[in-house]
Design a protein around this ligand. Structure first.
Ligand code: HEC
Length: 132
């Protein structure tokens, strides 16, 4: 009885972990945390743009603006608040704390892994699929 419960629990935990880095999960997180400013399709036309006194960038052009390579590390740093320019008062809020918890290694364009929250990895993976 106890063993069955433990097995079920482990099943639950690993199911949670599996869905933790998943572009679909990332799409949902984007709608919750980012779409108000960056727009549903990440093109920079969210409802908040009318009240912000700074332009909200189109996030579907990040690869285009970086010689065709999606700037993973840059995007992660932008969201988790490690970008020092942001830390000194940009309009974009930090989500570092929000996505803390399960730290995950994420391979950057250069092959160097960086550590960040699993939710951020999912979100950035989704954003990468939206590049055009
Ligand atoms: C309150 C509005 C707002 C929200 C919410 C917001 N952003 Fe931003 N974001 C901005 C603004 C304004 C900028 C441009 C200024 C700057 O870089 O700080 C920006 C810049 C960025 C950049 C840099 C783009 C570039 O061209 O270099 C990325 C990447 C980004 N946001 C991703 C996200 C993600 C992912 C989320 C959700 C977790 C998010 N943003 C939520 C307003 C917002």
């Amino acid at each position: 009885m106890k063993l069955a419960f433990a097995t079920a629990l482990i099943g639950l935990i690993s199911a949670g972990a599996a869905s933790a880095q998943d572009p679909e999960e990332g799409a949902a997180l984007f709608q919750i945390y980012c779409a108000s400013c960056h727009g549903d399709a990440a093109t920079g036309d969210g409802v908040m743009t009318s009240v912000l006194n700074i332009a909200v960038p189109d996030l579907t052009g990040l690869s285009r603006g970086n010689d065709g390579v999606f700037p993973r590390a840059w995007v992660v740093y932008k969201i988790d608040g490690r970008d020092p320019v942001l830390a000194h008062g940009g309009e974009m809020p930090f989500f570092g704390d929000l996505f803390e918890g399960e730290m995950t290694a994420f391979k950057t364009a250069s092959g160097q892994p960086i550590l960040t929250g699993a939710g951020i990895v999912s979100l950035v993976m989704w954003l990468e699929t939206q590049q055009r």
